[in-house]
Design a protein around this ligand. Sequence first.
Ligand code: GRG
Length: 297
Amino acid sequence: MSQFLALLAQKASLVDEALDAFLPPADRHPAIIHEALRYSVFAGGKRLRPALTLAAAEVAGCPERKVLPAACAIELIHTYSLIHDDLPAMDNDDWRRGKPTSHRVFGEAVAILAGDALFALAFELLTRGGRDAGFEAGAILQVTGEVAAACGTSGLIGGQVLDVVGANRGIDAAELEFIHRAKTGALFRAAVRAGAILGGAHPDTLRRLTVFGEYFGLAFQIADDLLDVTGDTATLGKPAGSDARNHKHTYVSLFGEREARRRAQEACAEALAALAEFGPEAHFLRHAVEFVATRDF
Ligand code: GRG
């Protein structure tokens, strides 16, 4: 675990440096929006999704630095989704990444616009950033389309809408799995595939990494459900117990803690199995699975 955290910190520092270069300076006019973007982006996320983009590119034999614009785009989309998820109209949370949420600091209108601005910048990075990094137009087009689809109604938005409207009605296991795969899994899958596609992965490598990304994303969200019940607010950086307060359906509320843990482990085992054919180039990804199975933040 500590070895993984050290490797993650290396990748996170590359990502942070690139994000700092890509984001407009905080004092650029109109400063309020640029302050809000930087406030949420640098509030202290784990940078797991962009790290997976870098790691997938390395598995494909591509230097990790080359895919930094795509990795940063994924992190901006993730940050956008957190800002909007915390809004009063959604989960109405006051804390995120250990700091007051964007709408608490800047007001609801600026928080909404900050999310929108991160989304726009993400697509600028995928397209113009991909071109500047020297990628072929075909690969850029494929990745941009896939990331857009991962955000849409079969991805984050689809999962989120069911999560929000489903809170006050019963759902079954299949629908809950759909929500988790869409709300959280889709961006992990896209993060891994973006690195692999831009990195020029062989079709077999891409297929295996895709399966890895899907199970990893599912395991990550089940672990998130468990942490909402077993974690503590200070370590999580967001309020524990928020799911129960918002009447959210989770693996814990539907199956109980023990079965949720078993299902998370099952998804982790599938993610590891997808990496079986790879050698040391997939070490980071293997350690990432171990992290998800044992994480407390
Ligand atoms: C179109 C991008 C987009 C979003 C609109 C609001 C929304 C739809 C979706 C929200 C989806 C959501 C909040 C999913 C939860 C994902 C999750 C487990 C977040 C926590 O991830 P960590 O632990 O967070 O990686 P850090 O802070 O470490 O980055």
